[in-house]
Design a protein around this ligand. Structure first.
Ligand SMILES: [Zn+2]
Length: 305
């Protein structure tokens, strides 16, 4: 046995990447989600040739979308995050998550972006922007959407405002992104205070000064970017580091995450079938095919509809 080169203990039971992890701290009425994206992130970014600031932005958006997707219950539910802007370098950012399938893309103005330098602020990227977050919940709850101004230093802060303003749920989000020649890794944690339980009830006043939430927020806030991005540190280990003093922490492994898009020929045939034949006729090229672009995958499909 070779004992000269100890490597960190890698417990195959624990989650390191590309899978959601949920946790609850019953005594503090808190719940959290964590994820570290590796392969799906590279797969999504590989479909485009994004400059560094856009890669970074999309990586953060994909982590946030996955964390929010982790809050959904039941198969077939979806969360969509969309940022729309006025006069920013970014025209549109869209990400969605459904049953572990993740996708996203950014439409941006190359010329405007080039003028912003290497580390543009959120305001420089988006101008006067808005973030719309839509939950399509399978079953009775249906669809609900909240829209918040894209303010603050990061998309994570804008998401925190969404939960505070639209759902009246105190929420703390930490997100870290590393992009280099080896590819891109991004990770994040979302923690929320739910004093009325998971199902909740209408909360008229949101209290950020609640002592049990204050404690959880301080502990969660101590999570460092290096920890989030350390591939040898499991998500469980991070939860234990933060909350080892709590009497009980429950851990629930969540969905496996992969790059997933709905751009199949069958899907586009269905979509096109909803148009009147007259419109389809206008869309056909000289060979009788309708060309459809998938902005998520940068692919073109020729449909014989
Ligand atoms: Zn696609």
């Amino acid at each position: 046995m070779n004992q000269t080169n100890p490597v960190p203990e890698h417990n195959p039971q624990e989650v390191y990447a590309d899978k959601l992890l949920g946790f609850t701290i019953p005594s503090r009425n808190a719940r959290g989600r964590m994820v570290r994206l590796d392969e799906p992130l590279d797969a999504i970014l590989a479909a485009h040739d994004y400059p560094a600031p856009i890669r970074h932005l999309l990586a953060e958006a994909l982590v946030l979308t996955t964390l929010m997707g982790g809050l959904l219950k039941g198969d077939g539910s979806q969360v969509t995050m969309q940022a729309q802007t006025e006069a920013g370098a970014v025209n549109l950012l869209v990400c969605d998550y459904k049953d572990g399938d993740l996708r996203g893309y950014v439409d941006f103005d190359q010329g405007k972006l080039a003028e912003l330098g290497a580390n543009p602020s959120l305001f420089a990227l988006f101008g006067k922007g808005y973030l719309a977050i839509t939950f399509d919940v399978a079953g009775k709850q249906g669809r609900y959407q909240g829209i918040v101004p894209l303010e603050g230093d990061s998309l994570s802060q804008a998401c925190e405002s969404y939960f505070f303003q639209s759902e009246q749920v105190p929420t703390l989000i930490r997100c870290a992104v590393r992009s280099d020649g080896q590819g891109c890794v991004a990770a994040g944690m979302l923690v929320q205070h739910l004093p009325d339980g998971e199902e909740g009830r209408e909360r008229l006043h949101t209290r950020l000064d609640h002592p049990e939430w204050e404690h959880v927020a301080i502990m969660s806030g101590s999570l460092r970017h290096e920890e989030l991005l350390d591939p040898t540190l499991s998500l469980e280990a991070m939860v234990w580091r933060l909350f080892h003093e709590e009497s009980e922490v429950r851990i629930q492994p969540g969905a496996d995450i992969s790059r997933g898009c709905r751009c199949t020929i069958g899907h586009y045939e269905q979509v096109l079938a909803r148009f009147p034949e007259e419109d389809r006729q206008d869309m056909r090229n000289s060979e009788g095919l309708i060309l459809v672009d998938c902005a998520f995958c940068s692919k073109q499909f020729a449909i014989a509809a």
